[in-house]
Each structure stands twice: as structure tokens, then as C-alpha cells.
Write a protein that binds this ligand. Structure first.
Ligand SMILES: N[C@@H](CCC(=O)N[C@@H](CS)C(=O)NCC(=O)O)C(=O)O
Length: 204
């Protein structure tokens, strides 16, 4: 399989962590692909007209994109049910955790773009809304941290872990661990997994 990949994309990392957890990382050829909101990349667009990464090209040539869809596909390749319970309330909890982690990332990426604009071009209301939603999400995650620890590791924890690591990478100034000891402890256990170490994002 070929994956349009970049070392710093948190969504790509999510896919790579899933691949490691499933033992599929050796089957994925990483192709360095630059994706930027304002610069469509023709090489990615051959496989994904949205010009986004991660984009996977499966062994049969089918292009699969969106980190949720790719992780689901990888899970099915190994028989299914490894990253998410097959049905019932456990499934919907796991998938909702994934949406929470991915949704937090979506906000952080918009926030980063906004705050990097020259100050006279920033929309102040947006900056304040991003901060409010991020704080509320982190507070919710602090509440559920004990459940994250007690539940079999899956796509929900992977997405949340990637979002928290992205906060460390791009929003260290927020100091998200303050007042959130359970979440900080849970994130440490996430960071110590082999799959997290193998996919760690480094600056430079
Ligand atoms: N919902 C998508 C988001 C992927 C995404 O936004 N990736 C970023 C890189 S971190 C990207 O491709 N940005 C380029 C663009 O938005 O055009 C997913 O889960 O895969």
C-alpha cells in the first residue's frame, strides 16, 4: 500500500499508529507529500481531489482517504474489530471518542492558521471561539480519562492521543495539563506505547 504521508501531520500519525497497532506498518510505503490548505498538490490530487493527507492507495489500486475511513479499512484487513468494538454502545462510545479527538484537531488546525495571520487580518471572534471549544473539550477529556484508561485500546484513544500530542507540538503555550492530572497521566501512557514512539513527531 502507498500512503501520502508527512512527518508532522497529526491525521497521518493517527493512521500510522493504527497501522503499527495492527502490525501493518511494514506493508505501507510512505510517500512524502506536502499538503497545504492554500496550495493544492497535483501529486496528491491524482489519488484524492481534496488534496489532503492521509490518502492511502490500497494494493488493488483503490484510493481511500479520510483518516477514519483509512483506519477502518486497515482494521478490516486484519479481520476487523481490533480498533473498535463491532456493535452496541461500546462501539458508539469508541467512535465518538474518535470524533472528539479528530474534532479537536480540526479546531486546532483552524486556530493555528488564524493566529498565524498578520494581527489586522485575524478574526478575534474565531480566536476566542477556538479557545473556548478547546478548553471545553479538554475538560470533557479530563472527565473521561479514567474510562479511556480502563477501556481496551482502540481508534478513540488513538485519535485523542494524537490531538493531545499536537497540542504539545503546536500549542505548548496553552499548557493543557494544568488542572487536568488524569488526562496528563493518560497521555503519558499513550506516549509510552510502541506505536506512539515509532510515529513520534519531531520538530525541525
Ligand atoms: N478529516 C481529514 C483531515 C485531513 C487533513 O486536514 N489533513 C491536513 C494535513 S494535517 C491536510 O491535508 N491539509 C491540506 C488541506 O486542507 O488542503 C482526515 O481525518 O484525514
Amino acid at each position: 500500500m502507498k500512503l501520502h504521508w508527512s512527518p508532522k501531520s497529526p491525521y497521518v500519525r493517527k493512521v500510522m499508529i493504527a497501522a503499527h497497532e495492527l502490525g501493518l506498518d511494514g506493508r505501507i510505503e510512505r510517500v512524502r507529500s506536502v499538503a497545504a490548505m492554500g496550495v493544492p498538490n497535483p501529486a496528491i490530487m491524482i489519488d484524492n481531489p481534496l488534496s489532503k493527507i492521509p490518502t492511502l492507495v490500497a494494493e488493488d489500486g483503490q484510493a481511500i482517504f479520510g483518516s477514519q475511513t483509512i483506519c477502518d479499512y486497515l482494521d478490516e484487513l486484519t479481520g476487523g474489530g481490533q480498533l473498535c468494538p463491532p456493535n452496541g454502545s461500546a462501539r458508539w462510545t469508541m467512535l465518538t471518542w474518535q470524533s472528539l479527538g479528530d474534532g479537536l484537531l480540526d479546531i486546532l488546525i483552524l486556530w493555528r492558521n488564524e493566529r498565524e495571520k498578520p494581527s489586522d487580518k485575524r478574526t478575534i471572534e474565531w480566536l476566542s471561539a477556538f479557545e473556548k471549544k478547546t478548553t471545553a473539550t479538554l475538560d470533557r477529556l479530563e472527565e473521561i480519562a479514567p474510562t479511556l484508561s480502563q477501556t481496551r485500546y482502540g481508534i478513540g484513544q488513538i485519535a485523542i492521543g494524537c490531538a493531545l500530542s499536537y497540542l504539545d507540538f503546536r500549542f505548548a503555550d496553552l499548557q493543557w495539563r494544568g488542572g487536568r492530572p488524569d488526562l496528563a497521566g493518560w497521555h503519558l501512557s499513550f506516549s509510552e506505547r510502541k506505536s506512539s514512539i515509532a510515529t513520534e513527531v519531531t520538530d525541525g
